[in-house]
Design a protein around this ligand. Structure first.
Ligand SMILES: [Zn+2]
Length: 113
């Protein structure tokens, strides 16, 4: 039943959504399921986000533009939501970005036609 509902939902990827996640202190899993992550800081001017992992390590800034690029390519069917594929576009970020896009429901949203 949930499957049927999901097909009609769009993913919730947007800059606004990332800001909301930061404000609500939303936690999400990295793609490997081993690291619980949270967006701790948003740089509005530089349009980037900082992610903290469960051991308290804060990432270097992740550009929203880079995130958008990965997101578009995924929905265009050019890449899969796999850490090693995303790493080719955003080195070292694959695991985090795949986890984030899964959290936002991208993997249950049909490809755009
Ligand atoms: Zn999406």
């Amino acid at each position: 039943m949930t499957k049927i509902i999901e097909i009609f939902l769009k993913c919730s990827f947007s800059w606004e959504k990332l800001k909301e996640m930061k404000e609500k202190e939303v936690k999400f899993w990295a793609a490997d399921g081993l690291n619980l992550l949270q967006i701790v800081e948003i740089d509005e001017k530089g349009r980037s986000v900082y992610v903290i992992n469960q051991s308290g390590k804060i990432s270097w800034p992740l550009k929203y533009r880079k995130l958008e690029e990965v997101h578009t390519k995924f929905h265009n069917g050019e890449i899969a939501l796999l850490a090693y594929e995303i790493d080719k576009l955003a080195p070292m970020w694959g695991n985090y970005i795949a986890g984030l896009l899964k959290y936002l429901g991208c993997d249950t949203t049909p490809l755009s036609t």
